[in-house]
Design a protein around this ligand. Sequence first.
Ligand code: NAD
Ligand code: DAU
Length: 349
Amino acid sequence: MSKTILITGGAGFIGSHVVREFVLKYPEYQIINLDALTYAGNLENLKDIEACANYRFIKADITDQGLILELFQQYQPDGIIHLAAESHVDRSITDPSAFVMTNVIGTVNLLNAAKEIWKNNFEGKRFHHVSTDEVYGTLGETGLFKETTSYDPHSPYSASKASSDHFVRAYHDTYGLPIVITNCSNNYGPNHFPEKLIPLCIHNILNNRPLPIYGDGKFTRDWLFVIDHAKAIDLVFHQGKNGDSYNVGGFNEWKNIDLVKELCRQVDEKLNRATGTADQLITFVKDRPGHDLRYAIDATKINQELGYQPSVTFEQGLSITIDWFLQNQDWLDSVTSGDYQNYYKKQYH
Ligand code: NAD
Ligand code: DAU
């Protein structure tokens, strides 16, 4: 069936994989990518599909309430998949306001616009909000985040995402807006912006720079290959139960220091160098304030209700990721010139 799907943040890391998945899998859909092209948005991520007949890009800022309503009235989307956000925890510690504007106000603008154009006729409509496991706060040494775990965000980033989740649920409960929410664990893969741990370390290894590990390196994250997140979004968007949220993850926990050592081992192997070469760059640095100790997703619900399974193992996903960065050093060079250098100096010196 023909539909118009508006994807926000489609020029970013995860959004670009979601846009590609939808453009190629659903030629009968019109896919609109709405993105402000902040430092994190990059149309190079979508070069391979930009000429597809069912794809259109619109540069717009979700904090611009009037413009968002106008665009919704013009394009009349049947579905929204909302990924646009300020996404980096360290930047939220330096400048929380941008996170409130985009993640909270921007989300409310989209909810209002959807409610306005759908005018209480919600048949065949869906607002899919893409969120994070960070809303649940931190785990101790044991336990997993379930959909029923209480929200307990600690960073300005996770507080803004938690707030946006609450607004999305409130629009469902108050106005009957048809919504689904996905809360995913840490993603990795091609096109990952090199402010985040994995691509930052790959970039630094290639430039022989220190690999900065916060604190003692024992902080734990649960990693999912980005294309597997895109597939989960496809599944929940089409088959998720109205009003429900779904945790997305691959039961794949790594302590940061072990992950970086594995990354170093694979890069050394791919560059035909002695094992231990990249390891020498590992440097322990000052910890992130309010650093959550451990995230780990219980993905039982999405698995049992929707049959979701990640398609690659972590070893395969990491290998694909490293190969992509080795083959796309122009992409890395272009996104690390200019402002990135200022960000890096402020954050790490
Ligand atoms: P990203 O930072 O790579 O991309 C964000 C995109 O949003 C960029 O293209 C940017 O230009 C756009 N954007 C930012 N502000 C905007 C605005 N005001 N108006 C319009 N567009 C704007 O982020 P990502 O890592 O791809 O994350 C995408 C979504 O998934 C976010 O909502 C994030 O909270 C969520 N998420 C991310 C992860 C992860 O590991 N990266 C995990 C779980 C959930
Ligand atoms: O859990 C999902 C979240 O994962 C998403 O919602 C966020 O958008 C995404 O950025 C990511 O947040 P993290 O803070 O977990 O990702 P990051 O890559 O910044 O850090 C991963 C871990 O590595 C974390 O424990 C902090 C640590 N770290 C990070 C950087 C950038 C370091 O030790 N050194 C670093 O230089």
